[in-house]
Design a binder for this molecule. Structure first.
Ligand code: CMP
Length: 140
């Protein structure tokens, strides 16, 4: 077990329904500590850059449109095996396939409006954290 950091986004469907606190509570109850957090409205350029790995996918345009449809909360989470712990509490990408008790099963609306994003590896977490945060904004 190692203490590590991961990156999380509370997506527009969740901020729209005033679920920032509900999502954060589930993250905290999963053993994750919010060591940086800010509410932003992503620009199209930010969303296209952040999701650049998906740019050839058929859902890319809709994904970008959704991510700029309202405010999001970007967060850095810290904890034991934080990447895996966050992915476990998020649940499957499609809420229809997510386990009971996970954020996506309990709160998400659809595969697109799935309430949260979380890094899929420690390497990508470092890249994604650096995309939105300066080092001095992260206070562990
Ligand atoms: P996220 O973890 O933010 O990474 C990419 C996002 O694309 C994913 O969550 C989904 O919300 C979204 N998405 C929309 N349609 C699909 C799809 N058909 N397959 C996978 N991801 C999709």
């Amino acid at each position: 077990m190692t203490t590590e950091r991961t990156f999380s986004i509370i997506k527009p469907d969740a901020t729209r329904r005033n679920l920032t606190g509900a999502v954060t509570k589930m993250l905290e109850e999963a053993g994750l500590r919010v060591v940086a957090s800010k509410r932003i409205h992503m620009t199209r350029e930010q969303a296209e850059g952040f999701y650049g790995v998906h740019k050839e996918r058929p859902f890319f345009a809709d994904l970008v449109g959704f991510m700029i449809s309202g405010p999001v909360v970007v967060q850095v989470l810290e904890g034991e095996d934080a990447v895996a712990a966050n992915r476990k509490v998020m649940g499957a990408t499609n809420p229809a396939n997510a386990e009971p008790g996970t954020i996506r099963k309990e709160l998400a609306e659809s595969i697109e409006a799935n309430s949260v994003h979380g890094s899929d590896s420690a390497e990508n977490a470092a890249i994604e954290i650096a995309f939105f945060f300066q080092p001095e904004e992260i206070v562990g």
